[in-house]
Design a protein around this ligand. Structure first.
Ligand SMILES: Nc1ncnc2c1ncn2[C@@H]1O[C@H](COP(=O)(O)OP(=O)(O)OP(=O)(O)O)[C@@H](O)[C@H]1O
Length: 276
């Protein structure tokens, strides 16, 4: 990767931590607001291994986005520790260890779709010729071939979100942080992108952290589902999926799928009653 220079010591510590991508220990975050402190996260312990697909599910405001933002070094924890690939979140951000897909598409309105997707590649110093090929491939993956020269405002909201997913994929980081990326899309497009994302994950060995409100989406996509409680967000259950990696969409009608979904629903309910 251009611009990535590691000392020998850093290389050794990276190798040691190779299998663990995200490690949170007793992680807490309290926002200090004009109305007083808001405790968004409390005592979060979590280890995510290379190649896992981990979904975070929980009620609105329970800290899912905050947790993703801490992993991305967009927020600093106020207690506990977080490491990414054995590095601090700050070092990982500086080394561009992850791609991030936001809830809203966050495309730059003055750039065409292809130049938006090219943005992280430009930052990384990828040669223009290679940029073209990567842009073509990733736009194809999200069904946006032919829209390269359009501006974001010329696309529907769903298409804009697909373009922002393409931007995070073009980057080709090992870790993808996705914050409800499909929440605004209609169900058919969402199903298609869920399938595409699983295929991409299976092919690339990427580690994916995925925030969602949808139980079926979490169960369909994940190797593990992290259930969080209402604020302050704590991890109340971690459910290992028993589904095979190869998952056609109709797996969602199987008893095994429904059993996992029921367990997630129970976990969400248990989290709620904890608050009472
Ligand atoms: N910058 C901030 N300053 C103050 N409070 C914040 C800030 N960011 C988030 N919060 C609060 O922290 C809590 C957790 O927010 P967060 O966005 O992480 O929840 P969430 O689970 O992602 O919610 P949703 O599912 O609705 O997207 C909320 O109560 C929110 O209002």
């Amino acid at each position: 990767m251009p611009g990535l220079t590691l000392t020998l010591e850093e290389r050794a510590s990276l190798k040691l931590a190779q299998e663990t991508v995200v490690e949170a220990k007793a992680l807490g975050l309290t926002f200090h607001t004009a109305d007083g402190p808001v405790q968004a996260l409390s005592g979060v312990d979590l280890t995510i291994g290379k190649g896992e697909f981990v979904s975070f599910i929980g009620p609105s405001g329970c800290g899912k986005t905050t947790l993703l933002r801490v992993i991305a070094d967009l927020e600093k924890p106020t207690s506990g520790t977080i490491s990414i690939n054995g590095m601090s979140a700050e070092q990982a951000r500086e080394r561009r260890a992850y791609g991030y897909v936001f809830q809203a598409s966050a495309l730059l309105p003055w750039r065409t779709i292809e130049r938006n997707v090219a943005l992280p590649l430009e930052v990384m110093g990828v040669a223009r010729a290679e940029q073209g090929e990567r842009i073509r491939r990733t736009l194809e993956l999200v069904n946006l071939s032919g829209f390269e020269k359009k501006y974001p405002w010329q696309l529907s909201g769903g298409m804009q979100q697909r373009a922002s997913i393409a931007r995070a994929l073009a980057f080709d980081a090992d870790l993808l942080l996705m914050d409800e990326p499909f929440g605004a899309l209609d169900e058919i497009v969402r199903d298609h992108l869920n399938e595409q994302l699983l295929k991409l994950w299976a092919r690339t060995d990427k580690t994916i952290c995925f925030v969602t409100h949808s139980i079926p989406e979490a169960v369909y996509l994940s190797t593990r589902i992290v259930v969080m409680s209402p604020r302050p967000g704590r991890v109340t259950d971690v459910i290992e999926s028993t589904l095979p990696r190869e998952r056609p969409l109709d797996i969602r009608e199987t008893p095994e799928f429904l059993a996992i979904a029921a367990r997630v629903r129970d976990g969400l309910r248990a989290g709620h009653s904890y608050e009472d």
